[in-house]
Design a protein around this ligand. Structure first.
Ligand code: AMP
Ligand code: TRP
Length: 333
């Protein structure tokens, strides 16, 4: 069976190691499999659910495209485009917002986290954000959606919306219910400053994350400063589970090297953090620096990046406008 892969990344700046290990690395693996059809979307409509500086947003859209390409996504084999240039997304989001239920959205933990204490002041867009995400996925009949762990609940909502639409309008199997592709072990990379907090673009301290554009020296310095506890490295998985910072750093090592978690624990068992951190730095630099250099090179060639998106938008428009026409018929427009 041909797998139809769809995923999105917000162009909100500071793409980091969490985005890479939780999502983009998997995009590349899926893209390398010729049996898959892949679509990767720069979700700029999602980005404006919180305030953005327009000039920076424009640059960040290009940087996200550059990151996809620099990470190894083959533009000949996949569609890369930005959401705002494909009108079907906004339109489908409206129609689906009439299918989704308030009660479902009220359960979304990401909204609660992002809106913080003062929910009254959050944008309506931030609240209805998962409906737009469902529209993104359902317009392309995506069968599989690679994401980090934080998007699991949004994907469940997408499945609920698809099923309710199909049932309400008596159109069996019109919207396909997509499967999430979430890596079991490395789908939640934590902050370098706090092993209990997700690594995030919006965290104030730049030392909390490795950005995909960081220079070698910055990477080394951030890993040196990364929080640890005062014990030697754990000797087994049970101990690792109890020590969040060690768990995160060993997890990053294991994910980057492809050495299984158990083997990675064994390799550093009982050693001190400074020795481990040197090896970890080498790995991060080896894997991330080529991407970082390539991003910078690609950003010199804006016309090339814009061309990728223009081509991608054309293809995405072709697919999604057909689906929207069918939706119109079903709804009775
Ligand atoms: P975003 O930057 O929120 O658009 O996220 C893009 C992709 O990266 C999504 O699939 C997220 O689930 C994933 N992601 C973001 N932060 C992390 C993290 N700290 N660990 C793992 N995956 C992440
Ligand atoms: N909400 C996702 C995030 O913040 C990004 C996203 C938007 C997405 N639309 C999508 C991911 C569709 C997968 C499929 O990470």
């Amino acid at each position: 069976m041909v797998k139809k892969i769809f995923s999105g990344v917000q162009p909100s700046g500071n793409l980091h190691l969490g985005n890479y290990l939780g999502a983009i690395k998997n995009f590349v693996e899926l893209n390398n499999d010729n049996d898959n059809k892949c679509i990767f979307c720069v979700v700029d409509l999602h980005a404006i659910t919180v305030k953005q500086n327009p000039k920076e947003l424009k640059d960040n859209i290009r940087e996200t495209v550059a990151t996809f390409v620099a990470s190894g996504i083959d533009v000949k084999k996949s569609i890369i485009f930005n959401q705002s240039k494909v009108p079907a997304h906004s339109e489908a989001a409206w129609i689906l917002s009439c299918v989704a239920r308030m009660g479902w959205l009220n359960r979304m933990t990401q909204f609660k986290e992002k809106a913080g204490k003062d929910k009254e002041k959050a944008s309506i867009g931030l609240y209805s954000y998962p409906i737009l995400m469902a529209a993104d996925i359902l317009l392309y009949d995506a069968t599989h959606v690679p994401v980090g762990d934080d998007q699991k609940q949004h994907l469940e909502l997408c499945r609920d919306i698809a099923q309710k639409f199909n049932k309400d309008y008596e159109v069996d199997d019109f919207f396909k219910t997509p499967e999430p592709l979430i890596k079991k072990e490395f789908s939640r990379i934590m902050s370098l400053k706090d092993g209990l907090k997700k690594m995030s673009k919006s965290e104030l301290s730049d030392n909390s994350r490795i950005n995909l554009t960081d220079e070698k020296d910055e990477i080394i310095s951030k890993i040196k400063k990364a929080k640890t506890d005062s014990l030697p490295l754990p000797t087994n998985k049970e101990e690792l589970e109890r020590r969040p910072e060690a768990k995160n750093l060993i997890g990053i090592y294991s994910s980057l090297t492809g050495i299984k978690l158990e083997k990675s624990i064994e390799k550093f068992s009982g050693k001190n953090f400074s020795e481990f951190k040197d090896e970890l730095s080498n790995e991060v630099v080896e894997k991330i620096s080529p991407i970082s250099n390539e991003i910078k090179k690609l950003l010199q060639n804006k016309d090339y990046l814009d061309e990728i998106v223009i081509n991608g938008c054309e293809k995405a428009n072709e697919i999604s406008s057909k689906k929207i026409t069918e939706i119109h018929k079903i709804v009775g427009f």
